[in-house]
Design a protein around this ligand. Structure first.
Ligand code: ADP
Ligand code: MG
Length: 647
């Protein structure tokens, strides 16, 4: 006789809530039901080890997922522990239900802002997000167990009676609701299985029932009215036959890998295995630079592999993926609450069975245990990097361009990481050698005290680099996008050190003594001439006696003003809005240069105006590109000058 009952007194509204809730993540019901099947198998295996279950010879544990697009069903079958009627009553009608109810009560009002990680805890009843009716057919492993059939159409009542299942284990069938027919589509379900179940610990097989029927039909021999007359065709048929036989021998393959690489001991993994795992999981065919295998049992359980990806160009947005697992069950990608933000630039898998996942994201953020996990990962990453710098400096330098954005971001974001990495920050200098900040400062302590000169653009700043070379001065390359922020960070950490772009100033090394009177006189004179010739009313001009007499003029760009305007640009404010048309540019004229002397000592003429304009444009060109119309003028004027030369 069928047993009927009420799920719970408060259940009137739980199904509608389950159905509507988390509409973007309906696919997790597949994870929940497959992982229940895996759990059922794991439990039975344990009983077998304990001697409480006599495992028949040749037992192959598995979970089978199948869809039937015609019937609009999706089913989950396992050959695990199974349930008796009493157990269904206890675990499904009471425990699972109250679990789902408690879960929903806690989160139904907060769904939008306080999503729980991976929506853990909904369990069996998550099936009702996509199904109108769910049935359970189970046969317990216990001797003499009677099969049980349970069904519930999403109302408050369920029915339970003796079933007809003859094999040990549980079959769950979902009759999909109209909005969820996608979940009887073969490709959609494969995709979801790949997302959540790729590394679950029991073999999972997937079939499309209607496709199987079709295949069965195809197997019926067709009446062939023409026998092949040519030898070639016969041969072809033979080959096809062979292939079919082979496939049958191998049998269908599980959709998952039950021993993902991170579960193995690092000593048992080869480089090739690490690379292959990386390719398979991240579909990235560039080889990773190196990796870290995390393997911790105490005081908490955490395993995983973190890869440093190869960044193709510096224009690539570096964006990694850290996949979080709980006992080989995929939870979600890139959970900032558990994994420090800068680590999200890496690619990897982290499996942490101890994580409290049925809590909200904001609760996770303040969880001491989560902090410990995050600290542990940070420590391991810093240890790997610093260890490499100490013992394998050659590779550390080779990889620096790829790993430095990550290290810099980590230092800026995480004080602990920054403390651990501070002695392992290296900088490429003008000779192409990697040096540390203290090494740079030591080498330059007599000439430029506590200044660090840096290059952001080798081409635009080549003239300045040449001047540096002539004076045996050094500068370091800081060309990454993150470097402007990193420089600010370095200055904060090293209060007495000041960073200056190589074109920010022409220090004493490059020039000869100039008296105040001389300076005043020539500045005034030349300012008048150049403002008039160039039409730049706001031109800022300075005179110097540069050692290098061949250069008539150079542009310097004030470090502070430039940083300001870069910041403005970052926040989307245009130059005109900020009223800084020249971006802190100064035209430095060289009194030691013949052209400048010519300009000073000749009356205004067409030639003199052209010389001034040309000096100005050339100085700017050796600092940055000209605007289109300025470039047009420059080219026209250059041609005109060539014409004069010809006369
Ligand atoms: P959880 O898995 O977190 O315990 P669920 O709601 O997913 O919560 O499942 C509730 C209970 O129902 C499980 O603990 C288990 O006892 C039982 N159960 C669910 N699915 C199966 C299954 N396929 N085989 C055996 N027992 C199951
Ligand atoms: Mg479960």
């Amino acid at each position: 006789m069928a047993k009927q009952g009420n799920l719970s007194i408060n259940s009137e509204n739980i199904f509608p809530i389950i159905k509507k809730w988390l509409y973007s993540d309906h696919d997790i019901f597949i994870r929940e039901l497959v992982s229940n099947g895996c759990d059922a198998v794991t439990k039975l295996k344990k009983l077998s080890v304990m001697g409480e279950f006599d495992e028949p010879e040749g037992t192959k544990y598995r979970v089978d997922v199948s869809v039937n697009p015609e019937e609009k069903t999706i089913t989950f079958v396992d050959n695990g522990i199974g349930m008796t009627e009493e157990e269904v009553d206890e675990y499904i009608n009471q425990i699972a239900f109250s679990g789902a109810e408690a879960f929903l009560n806690q989160y139904k009002d907060k769904a939008s802002e306080e999503q729980i990680i991976g929506h853990f805890g909904l369990g069996f009843y998550s099936a009702y997000m996509v199904a109108d009716k769910v049935t359970i057919d189970s046969l317990s492993f216990k001797d003499g167990a009677v099969p049980v059939h349970w069904e519930c159409d999403g109302g408050t009542e369920f029915e339970m009676e003796e079933g007809d299942r003859t094999e040990r284990g549980t079959k769950i069938t979902l009759y999909l609701n109209e909005d969820s027919y996608e979940f009887c589509n073969e490709y959609r379900v494969r995709e979801v299985l790949e997302k959540y179940c790729s590394f679950m610990p029991v073999e999972i097989y997937f079939t499309n029932e209607t496709a199987e029927e079709e295949e069965a039909k195809e197997d019926i021999p067709e009446i062939v009215d023409e026998t092949p007359s040519e030898g070639e065709e016969t041969e072809l048929n033979d080959v096809e036959l062979d292939e079919e036989e082979e496939e049958e021998e191998k049998g269908p393959k599980p959709v998952n890998e039950i021993h993902p690489l991170w579960t193995k001991h690092p000593n048992d993994c080869t480089d090739e295995e690490y690379k292959e795992f990386y390719r398979n999981v991240f579909h990235d065919y560039k080889e990773p630079l190196f990796w870290i295998h995390l393997n911790m049992d105490y005081p908490f359980n955490l395993k995983g592999i973190l890869y440093f990806p190869k960044i193709n160009t510096k224009y690539d947005t570096i964006e990694g993926t850290i996949k979080l697992y709980n006992n080989q069950v995929f939870i979600a990608d890139n959970i900032k609450e558990v994994i420090p933000e800068y680590l999200l630039l890496l690619k990897g898998c982290i499996d942490c069975p101890d994580l409290p996942l049925n809590v909200s994201r904001s609760a996770l953020q303040n969880d001491g245990f989560v902090k410990k996990i995050s600290n542990y990962i940070t420590k391991k990453v810093a240890e790997k990097l610093s260890g490499m710098c100490k013992t394998d400096r050659e590779n550390y330098e080779k990889y620096w361009d790829d790993i430095s954005p990550f290290i810099k971001f980590g230092c800026i974001r995480d004080e602990k990481f920054s403390d651990r990495m501070k002695d392992y920050l290296i900088f490429k200098n003008m000779e192409g050698k990697f040096i540390t900040l203290p090494e740079y400062l030591e080498a330059g302590k007599e000439t430029y005290e506590n200044k660090v000169f840096y290059i952001t653009d080798e081409i635009a700043q080549s003239q300045y680099m040449n001047m540096f070379r002539e004076e045996s001065m050094d500068a370091v390359y800081l060309t990454d996008q993150i470097d402007s922020t990193f420089i600010t960070y370095l200055e904060q950490r090293n209060q007495d050190v000041q960073f200056m772009r190589i074109d920010a100033d022409l220090t004493g090394n490059f020039k000869e003594e100039l008296s105040e009177d001389e300076e005043k006189e020539f500045t005034e004179k030349l300012a008048e001439i150049f403002k008039k010739a160039t039409g730049e009313e706001n031109l800022i001009l300075k005179v110097e006696k540069l050692k290098n007499a061949e250069t008539p003029a150079m542009i310097t760009v004030s470090e502070q003003t430039r940083r300001m305007s870069e910041m403005m640009e970052m926040y989307g404010m245009s130059q005109s809005m900020t009223g800084m048309g020249t971006q802190g540019e100064t035209l430095v004229l060289n009194l030691n240069n013949d052209l400048v002397q010519y300009v000073l000592n000749h009356e205004e003429s067409e030639e003199r105006t052209m010389i001034c304009q040309q000096i100005y444009d050339l100085a700017r060109l050796s600092n940055h590109p000209l605007k289109p119309e300025e470039m047009t003028d420059f080219v026209a004027r250059s041609n005109k000058i060539l014409g004069i030369l010809m006369k």
